[in-house]
Write a protein that binds this ligand. Sequence first.
Ligand SMILES: [Zn+2]
Length: 186
Amino acid sequence: MHYHKISDKLLKEFKDLCKKEGIHYDTDEEYRRSAQNLVGLVDLLIEIDMKDRQLKNRLKDEPKGFSLEGKGRSCSLCHRSVYENDGWYDKWGFKCMNCQDAVNKKKIPGSICGDWNNEKSVTDSTLAWKGDLHVQTIRKLIRQGKLKARAIPNGPYILLRKDNPDLLNVIDKEKIKVAKKKQTTS
Ligand SMILES: [Zn+2]
């Protein structure tokens, strides 16, 4: 990554902007460092965006996607980081090979990939974490049919919101049950 030098003119503009925003530094050196950090961040964002575009562009020639080195990228379906192996990049984004296989075999709809904010779906472990329950408890609810989940073979369960309109209710009820159990055993 290359850094832009902060010119005196840019520094003055940055100082004016800080003043307007109510941000104050004591020395020019601090203003310059803050501006430098900001420029560095923008550079980084542009670099990420460019790499993203390059990947999307490749899809024009390889519409089914292509193998891509993991390098710690997160799978857009199970959200695990892929280090040692390659993953696959297609119109739904980057996935580990295990999840790619599940999407290819239509066990999981590709459209829920990249749902980082859990708007459409949630994995069993994320749901356990968010609901403050054990993942075994979530799996029990799945076995009991109280929650509907789709299994990624060799991977986590994925719960789709549309399959589970009553999701929060089920979790709340279970939490009350667990709390009551704790009371009686302690
Ligand atoms: Zn995955």
